[in-house]
Design a protein around this ligand. Structure first.
Ligand code: 5AD
Ligand code: SF4
Length: 479
């Protein structure tokens, strides 16, 4: 169990913070001959936590493994290679990982040949990797976010050298194209358009774990979307830690709005994107959203706080008024648009009066949903050093109040469709209700309707809404 360790590189916050104009390397992925049969007769499992970026990374790691012969395990806890693709955004995300690792430890004792790998954002933190190395010696591979394309090499090292391998890169990152992929759905797909973040919001670990903002070439993105259209995909979600900063690093005038217009021309039926930064939501992006038929009338638009002082210490670079102005413009240009958001409660030093400004903003902005979070201290970020005098119980009270305000918005957002016919891209059978199928409407409302016709999966159908609940709508299929 206490194998020797091959330490190729460990994380460094100092290196992760660095931003310069060094040219970003574009790598073309190609499997090396010696790895082609690495997984023959073997199985794999991937546990994915956190954001949609991680979901896509996991789809890529599945592609890499299947190309080398690995097959998906039926029992996730008993695969030959088990990957935990982790999230570090808040402490509770990390707590879950330590829990799953505990379970895997027992399984590995029964099956010593199992290879356990940790990828994603957690290993990019100095403290987490140290803890993994020192106290979780049954973990064989620690790899982080920048080198998923090295996965086979790292597994090969474990097999050949019988060593644990640590390779976490903390540089600005690269762009790897043509990575194999096993997608979770046949009708909707994620497409990365940029990686990393240069915003450095003071609470956020992402700029340290995901590296510098770097955009894929538009030709690579359009080629991928064209391929998806050819394969029959109906919907794509464009991904980026700061998705609408697309192109800013490329040094030409081509921006996110231009990309939306070009993607629209590929013939893909539905386009969504996440997550945009309010500051970068410019008029070109708004008019592209309005003009492109494929761009769906829903925007997840993280605000974080409704108070100017808090926004400033968060380093969000916009005011409440500027944010509300963008909402106004979006509503003018895209009538009926549904807007959802992210909000942090209990920021270090936030007062009750300042929190009240967030409550009033929820009303004023007319959000139809929000992910709400209690502030979580992330070591290495500027906010971790700020005074934080408000007690946890007080923060929980504010959080509950906020949830009530947000829940009203959810219901308002579904009730407005009662009696209307909406177009639903069918995902599959409803998880909770037998005899029902479900999918999402254009405005991103989960919609259930009576049917057990599985041939509808992946098709866009018309549903007349007859009932609205906070989290979903129910309707009847319209012939
Ligand atoms: N504490 C609480 N919430 C956070 N988020 C990011 N960092 C933190 C943190 N340290 C939230 C923000 C962001 C979402 C993805 O997670 O609201 O938009
Ligand atoms: Fe984190 Fe988003 Fe701010 Fe970047 S823009 S630092 S990912 S909250």
């Amino acid at each position: 169990m206490n194998k020797e360790k091959l330490e190729i590189s460990i994380p460094s916050f100092l290196a992760a913070k660095k931003r310069n104009n060094d040219k970003i390397e574009r790598i073309d992925y190609k499997i090396e001959d010696k790895y082609k049969d690495l997984g023959l007769g073997k199985t794999y499992a991937i546990f994915t936590y956190g954001c949609q970026g991680n979901v896509l990374d996991s789809e890529n790691m599945a592609g890499i493994l299947e190309e080398a012969g690995y097959r998906l395990a039926e029992d996730k806890y008993n695969a030959d290679v088990v990957i935990l693709n982790t999230c570090a955004i808040r402490e509770n995300a990390e707590d879950r990982i330590w829990g799953v690792l505990g379970q895997l430890k027992g399984r590995k004792q029964l099956n010593p040949n199992m290879v356990i790998a940790i990828s994603g954002c957690m290993p990019q933190e100095e403290g987490a990797t140290k803890k993994l190395e020192e106290s979780y010696k049954f973990v064989d591979i620690i790899l982080g976010t920048h080198n998923r394309h090295h996965l086979l090499k790292l597994i090969y090292n474990v097999y050949e050298k019988k060593m644990r391998v640590v390779e976490v890169l903390s540089g600005q990152g690269n762009i790897v194209e043509n990575v194999p992929i096993v997608r979770n759905y046949k009708h909707k797909a994620f497409v990365n358009i940029m990686f990393g973040c240069d915003e450095f919001c003071t609470y956020c670990i992402v700029p340290y774990t995901r590296g510098r903002e770097r955009s894929r070439a538009k030709e690579d993105i359009l080629a991928e979307v064209n391929e998806l259209v050819k394969e029959g995909y109906k919907e794509i979600t464009l991904l980026g830690q700061n998705v609408n900063a697309y192109g800013k690093d490329l040094g030409n005038d081509y921006t996110f709005g231009d990309l939306l217009r070009d993607i629209d021309k590929t013939g893909i039926e539905r386009v969504r994107f996440t997550s945009p930064h309010p500051r970068d939501m410019d008029e070109n992006a708004i008019s592209a959203m309005a003009e492109c038929k494929s761009v769906m009338p829903h925007l997840h638009f993280p605000v974080q706080s409704g108070n100017d002082r808090v926004l400033k210490i968060m380093n969000r670079k916009y005011t409440r008024e500027e944010y509300l102005y963008k909402i106004k413009r979006l509503k003018e240009e895209i009538p009926g648009i549904s807007i959802t958001t992210d909000i942090i409660v209990g920021y270090p030093g936030e007062t009750r009066e300042e929190f009240n400004d967030t409550l009033t903003l929820v009303e004023e902005a007319g959000f139809e949903g929000a992910f709400t979070f209690i502030y979580s201290k992330r070591e290495g970020t500027p906010a971790a050093k700020m005074e934080d005098p408000i007690s946890d119980s007080e923060k929980h009270k504010w959080f509950d109040e906020l949830k009530k305000a947000v829940d009203k918005g959810y219901l308002r957002g579904t009730e407005r469709f009662v009696g209307e016919v909406v177009e639903v891209l069918v995902d599959g059978e409803s998880k909770s209700d037998l005899g029902m199928m479900s999918g999402y409407s254009k405005h991103n409302k989960l919609t259930h309707f009576k049917s057990n016709d599985k041939s509808l999966i992946g098709k866009i159908v018309k549903v007349k809404v007859k009932e609205a609940k906070s989290w979903f709508m129910i309707g009847d299929l319209v012939e």
